[in-house]
Design a protein around this ligand. Structure first.
Ligand SMILES: *Cc1c(COP(=O)(O)O)cnc(C)c1O
Length: 361
């Protein structure tokens, strides 16, 4: 089986975890602080605050920016459900706009018509490892005085005009789930240049207190452990190498697949460096449907993923909240996309096999 994802835990991570286990300090401690410093440096922000997951990073970042009941946040319906759920957790309402058909990211041309007096922020998703159109999104945010929370959970190290995503808005949020470009087991992190967001995020992460046992606001236990952080510090050192391998694998796949009729390979927008969290192709006008191709690939022992089969506004939980949007591009694309293996541990023969089997289909 050629797997769709492959977390890589080496001797360095194992040694670092053992050191933490032997230290007697296994919850949030010095390793979390070290990971925060190193990650902020890597992204190019002044601060970082580690949390228990990408989802809690988004939730805390929104709270730290003052998003809450009565507010609206404009975002994409074509993403993992946690993006929009994090907005709901704060009491605010996600407002969905459709995506660009080439990059699958938020279509900036559709943002302004959805802005109301309640709109507080835009949450672009850097889907599959490629930056959203941040020039246009930033311009609109500036014009209408809106905040930007980047969901960079799939885009560790991706750049836009030479700057890393996570440094382009008021806050950036990353996930360290095992399938992402780097991992801590479960975990996440917020990046920001704002001292206020930094300090408030620390408060929301730990029961709403600055001084132990004195609680200013309703906070949470969203801490990362030093065990996870020790893994993350080693993973961060390897991340540039992992990303390079993903990019090389993507290049080989695109070279092999680009001339197949009805199969669209990923497009990289001008100014973007894509880090290929996913290598996602689209079957549009192909001889077989996405689901048929998917089944054949799985029978031939090639792991795949559908990211995502149902846009968020069509999910049961959102329909029950009264969402009835019609967002045709998201709805069409969700029937046509298929992610192929691109992780750094694929061998050349694995890539050749993927290309061979798809050509055969
Ligand atoms: C993975 C992911 C999340 C959530 O991260 P977790 O660490 O799983 O909580 C949020 N948004 C996007 C786009 C993701 O891919």
């Amino acid at each position: 089986m050629i797997s769709i994802a492959h977390p890589s835990i080496g001797e360095e991570e194992k040694k670092a975890v053992l050191e933490v286990l032997n230290s007697g300090m296994i919850a949030q401690g010095p390793k979390v602080e070290e990971l925060e410093k190193e990650f902020a440096k890597f992204i190019g922000t002044k601060y970082a605050v580690a949390t228990s997951s990408g989802t809690t990073a988004l939730h805390v970042a929104l709270l730290a920016l003052g998003i809450g009941p009565g507010d609206e946040v404009i975002t994409s319906p074509f993403t993992f459900i946690a993006s929009a759920n994090s907005i709901l957790y704060t009491g605010a309402r996600p407002v969905f706009i459709d995506i660009d058909e080439k990059t699958y990211n938020l279509d900036p041309a559709l943002i302004e018509e959805k802005i109301t007096p309640k709109t507080k922020a835009i949450m672009p998703i850097h889907l599959y490892g490629q930056s959203a159109d941040m020039d246009k999104i930033s311009e609109i945010a500036k014009k209408h005085n809106l905040l930007i929370i980047e969901d960079a959970c799939q885009a560790h190290g991706a750049t836009h005009n030479g700057k890393k995503v996570g440094s382009l808005g008021n806050a950036g949020c990353f996930s360290f789930y095992p399938t992402k470009n780097m991992t801590t087991g479960e975990g996440g992190i917020i990046t920001t240049d704002s001292q206020d967001v930094y300090e408030k995020s620390q408060v929301f992460r730990a029961h709403g207190s600055k001084i132990k046992y004195y609680h200013e606001v309703l906070g949470f236990n969203f801490r990362l452990t030093d065990i996870g952080a020790a893994i993350g510090i080693e993973q961060l050192k390897k991340l540039p190498g992992f990303n390079l391998k993903r990019q090389e694998n993507a290049k080989i796949l695109t070279e092999g697949l680009k001339d197949i009729e009805g199969l669209l390979t990923p497009e990289i927008s001008v100014g973007n460096e894509h880090v290929f969290h996913q290598y996602t192709v689209r079957f549009s006008g192909f001889k077989k449907t996405r689901d048929e191709v998917n089944q054949i690939l799985n029978e031939k022992e090639i792991g795949t993923g559908v990211h995502y089969p149902l846009p968020i506004h069509k999910q049961e939980v959102y329909k029950n909240l009264g969402y009835s949007d019609s967002l045709p591009i998201s709805e069409k694309v969700s029937q046509e996309v298929l992610s192929l293996p691109v992780h750094p541990f694929l061998k050349e023969e694995d890539l050749k096999e993927i290309i061979r089997v798809i050509k055969e289909i």
